[in-house]
Design a protein around this ligand. Sequence first.
Ligand SMILES: Nc1ncnc2c1ncn2[C@@H]1O[C@H](COP(=O)(O)OP(=O)(O)OP(=O)(O)O)[C@@H](O)[C@H]1O
Ligand SMILES: *[C@@H]1O[C@H](CO)[C@@H](O)[C@H](O)[C@H]1NC(C)=O
Ligand SMILES: *[C@@H]1O[C@H](CO)[C@@H](O)[C@H](O)[C@H]1NC(C)=O
Ligand SMILES: *[C@@H]1O[C@H](CO)[C@@H](O)[C@H](O)[C@H]1NC(C)=O
Ligand SMILES: *[C@@H]1O[C@H](CO)[C@@H](O)[C@H](O)[C@H]1NC(C)=O
Ligand SMILES: *[C@@H]1O[C@H](CO)[C@@H](O)[C@H](O)[C@H]1NC(C)=O
Ligand SMILES: *[C@@H]1O[C@H](CO)[C@@H](O)[C@H](O)[C@H]1NC(C)=O
Ligand SMILES: *[C@@H]1O[C@H](CO)[C@@H](O)[C@H](O)[C@H]1NC(C)=O
Ligand SMILES: *[C@@H]1O[C@H](CO)[C@@H](O)[C@H](O)[C@H]1NC(C)=O
Ligand SMILES: CC(=O)N[C@H]1CO[C@H](CO)[C@@H](O)[C@@H]1O
Ligand SMILES: [Mg+2]
Length: 676
Amino acid sequence: MISNLRPNSIVMTMLLLNLLFDVLNLPLVFAAGIDQFVYSGFAGANITIDGVATVHPNGLLDLTNAHARLKGHAFYPAPLRFRESPNGTVKAFAVSFVFAIHPNYRSSQGMAFFIAKSMDFSSALPFQYFGVFNSENQGNSSNHIFAVELDTVINMELRDMDANHVGIDINGAISNQSHAAGFYDDKTGFFNNLNLTSGEGLQLWIDYGGESARINVTMSPVGMARPATPLLSAIYDLSFSTVLTEEAYLGFGSAAGMDGSGHYILGWSFGMDRPAPAIDISKLPKLPRVGPKPRSKVPEIVSPVATAAFVLAVGITAFLLVRRHRRYAEVQEDWEVEFGPHRFSYKDLYYATQGFKSDNLLGVGGFGKVYKGVLPKSKLEIAVKRVSHDSRQGMKEFVAEVVSIGRLQHSNLVQLLGYCRRKGQLFLVYEYMPNGSLDKYLYHQDNTRLPTLNWTQRFRIIRGVASGLLYLHEEWEKVVIHRDVKASNVLLDGEMNARLGDFGLSRLYDHGIDPQSTHVVGTIGYLAPELACTGKVTPFVDVFAFGIFILEVVCGQRPIEQDIREEKPMLVDRVLEHWHNESFIEIVDSKLAGDYDVNEVYLALKVGLLCSHPFMDARPTMRQVIQYLESARASPELTPIHNTFEMLAVMQREGFDPYIMSYHSSIAASIVSAGR
Ligand SMILES: Nc1ncnc2c1ncn2[C@@H]1O[C@H](COP(=O)(O)OP(=O)(O)OP(=O)(O)O)[C@@H](O)[C@H]1O
Ligand SMILES: *[C@@H]1O[C@H](CO)[C@@H](O)[C@H](O)[C@H]1NC(C)=O
Ligand SMILES: *[C@@H]1O[C@H](CO)[C@@H](O)[C@H](O)[C@H]1NC(C)=O
Ligand SMILES: *[C@@H]1O[C@H](CO)[C@@H](O)[C@H](O)[C@H]1NC(C)=O
Ligand SMILES: *[C@@H]1O[C@H](CO)[C@@H](O)[C@H](O)[C@H]1NC(C)=O
Ligand SMILES: *[C@@H]1O[C@H](CO)[C@@H](O)[C@H](O)[C@H]1NC(C)=O
Ligand SMILES: *[C@@H]1O[C@H](CO)[C@@H](O)[C@H](O)[C@H]1NC(C)=O
Ligand SMILES: *[C@@H]1O[C@H](CO)[C@@H](O)[C@H](O)[C@H]1NC(C)=O
Ligand SMILES: *[C@@H]1O[C@H](CO)[C@@H](O)[C@H](O)[C@H]1NC(C)=O
Ligand SMILES: CC(=O)N[C@H]1CO[C@H](CO)[C@@H](O)[C@@H]1O
Ligand SMILES: [Mg+2]
């Protein structure tokens, strides 16, 4: 079934094979370093697998084995020599494989073939990026990975064209070239679509030209002759020092979606400096059937002893189940079936957080407590937010929204992984952010010995939050308004990238889940004035809060002093005064010790003030904000109205209620005391 030839294999084998190929009239010339292999099924094959990957007894290589949120890889066991010297030209090579993706899993993330510098993919995300990249190393030229992705979800951040495409990837999941899956008909020249997740076998060919640096990718349904016109044909020199290493590993990767997965490889072949050997289609393993399982016949019970043992076993199991049921009881209603994949079991969360032990408490917020946990199977680190709720009203809508929010993916957002419900409690499961929330760095509370962030880090955080917000506002299929942008909702990942958390959560209030709270959605100090007047929620509400956030990060001061007896003007007013008398340097965080780029600080303060403009219409959109921050476009001058006292006067003249409008002054303190 398998002919698996390696370089330096004994001369005898080579001679024999040469003879064999001569008989078959195949032009094969053996020279040093030429490799080829072919697997027509993987039963008993020497391949290296990791993660949840497995080979079924019938020889089907299954990368994700019906798991959810786990990754798997399969490799040719030895590295192959792609260049003769570290800077030598990468040789021509050809790959062919037959694969299938099971259609039952809607969030299946697809899979990728790759050539990589090592077999270590431990840092790849288990639920995204084909189990090959993570959000930090994605696009990094030190990855040395060439991949062809078979992508079955649409991810705006990766500039995906659709949820059914093939792409050529160099060092990251943003494709250099991609095309909807399919083939060009040899006779008519018309393009025919193919469905990656149909559950049917598909064959793919990858050819690299060596000197020509041309990469061709061709696909067809299994069994059809190879189409003459490639699906993708790109020029990309894999000899660039950033791509293939002298020796590299070949393999496949896949990350299971939120609701399980089935990514199969049926056959695989490779040729260095020659075409990939033909895969014997007739020997390929059978695919699991698509659709409901046929009912299995109940086996006849053989003897009365076995019957007695069986009854006893059932009794004990039932007893244990009842006991277990009590401990891990959950609330699950019929309508939730649809969201099943995004539901975590209470048991898993209970184990992950060691029974919600106080040692694992990360913090307490307006909604409830947040615990750190490690999922038992995948070892994925998570943060679990436990929210108490009394009302069942609106729960369905809320869960639907949670699931929809879970589909948002961006490197500056904290990924929401799923939820769980229990009597009176709702659990939201997020990616864990090892470096905690930004407010801890700015104010050094809890006697933590956290470092002071320097200006470079702060400016990067500001830009990161801006691009996360732009994604929410403009780049996803729906407009998502965060409504609670603030320093404690900006989390820092292992590489100190800013990740915005808690987006969409403000809807909890709308669904009556936080009955004891009387406060307006959002947080005092970050609330746009029009919210108090009209209650109208637009993306500019977030722009306002983002402006206050910038001022906070630059000045290292809270928007409103927490001690409300001391009547200190709000941060934005203090910044304005300094801005107008041209002493803005005085308000910059003294912890920076003057070590910053004055132009950037000036730009940041100006954008902060523009965004926190009391008039909604005067605020920029997040897209403009990003342009200003990247200095691609000169930011407009601040309008003179941006002075609280003048503004109040204007507003009174226009008939606004002066009490409500006094949000910008110390009267806000009275709202603070009425809040949480
Ligand atoms: N994904 C996460 N990873 C690590 N720590 C987290 C995560 N999410 C929250 N935390 C920590 O838990 C604390 C409490 O978070 P929580 O969101 O409940 O409150 P908050 O952000 O202060 O207020 P709000 O309820 O308005 O969001 C945060 O300050 C943060 O330190
Ligand atoms: C599998 O292949 C690797 C690399 O060529 C080799 O080291 C190993 O001995 C092989 N294992 C078996 C069981 O053949
Ligand atoms: C190969 O590249 C390295 C780094 O780019 C360089 O230092 C070295 O001189 C090169 N070797 C040859 C033989 O060109
Ligand atoms: C790329 O990865 C290397 C090694 O992991 C790291 O040192 C470097 O900072 C990364 N570069 C970027 C731009 O992220
Ligand atoms: C693809 O790679 C080529 C060659 O490096 C480059 O010129 C081109 O801009 C890339 N295209 C995309 C979309 O990344
Ligand atoms: C692909 O096939 C599956 C299963 O038949 C179906 O659910 C899915 O909608 C199809 N996708 C496309 C893009 O046609
Ligand atoms: C890629 O496809 C084109 C068009 O069919 C062909 O001319 C070229 O030789 C192919 N290159 C490789 C490396 O297969
Ligand atoms: C800021 O801190 C980071 C991380 O500690 C460091 O890499 C960088 O060099 C610092 N930048 C400046 C300008 O000090
Ligand atoms: C600017 O205004 C601030 C706040 O009122 C004040 O403390 C500071 O002395 C003023 N500076 C100048 C140069 O007038
Ligand atoms: C400043 C800081 O705390 N950095 C830490 C962020 O998280 C990574 C990974 O956990 C640590 O290595 C850093 O020291
Ligand atoms: Mg929060």
